[in-house]
Write a protein that binds this ligand. Structure first.
Ligand code: IDP
Ligand code: MG
Length: 146
């Protein structure tokens, strides 16, 4: 069992594909341990993406992530980190495999619809960044979906 953090970025929220995105994770037998809608402050976005602060695109990234509400999601399940990275697709949607979220919906690298943790260690840090322990749940996973 593993957990990972997903953020549906502002264009995914405004684009009306919150349900479509969460459905893809549920169909992959991942369960929703935490879920909230939030408008990020500049300080929160800068803190969350601190590892990228020296990169040329940092200002653009923070500007985009504060341009509208996001959905924060903690997902749990077997190999959750790797599974979600695969479902999301490559950072640059032009390189994303067919059927991935970024391939299907993302217009460009800067506005690539979803964030996901890149390792179990990042996931632990990122989930703790947005969620109190009391805001997280776990439940036995089974699915009505075929
Ligand atoms: P990831 O989201 O696939 O893990 P990272 O390399 O961690 O990709 O970059 C974090 C985010 O920063 C990306 O999802 C994307 O929104 C943005 N980003 C990365 N590289 C570029 C770039 O070259 N131009 C504009 N934005 C970028
Ligand atoms: Mg990353």
């Amino acid at each position: 069992m593993e957990s990972t953090l997903v953020i549906i970025k502002p264009n995914g929220v405004k684009g009306g594909i919150i349900g479509e995105i969460i459905s893809r994770f549920e169909k992959s037998r991942l369960s929703v341990s935490g879920l909230k809608a939030k408008s990020l402050t500049k300080q929160e976005a800068e803190g969350f993406y601190a590892e990228h602060k020296e990169r040329g695109f940092f200002g653009e990234l923070v500007g985009f992530m504060t341009s509208g509400p996001v959905i924060l999601i903690a997902l749990s399940g077997e190999k959750a980190v790797e599974k979600v990275r695969t479902i999301n697709g490559a950072t640059n949607p032009a390189n994303a495999s067919a059927g991935t979220i970024r391939h299907d919906f993302a217009p460009n690298t800067g506005e690539n619809i979803v964030h996901s943790s890149d390792s179990a260690a990042s996931a632990a840090r990122e989930i703790a960044f947005w969620f109190e322990k009391s805001e997280l749940v776990s439940y036995p996973a089974y699915s009505y979906l075929k």
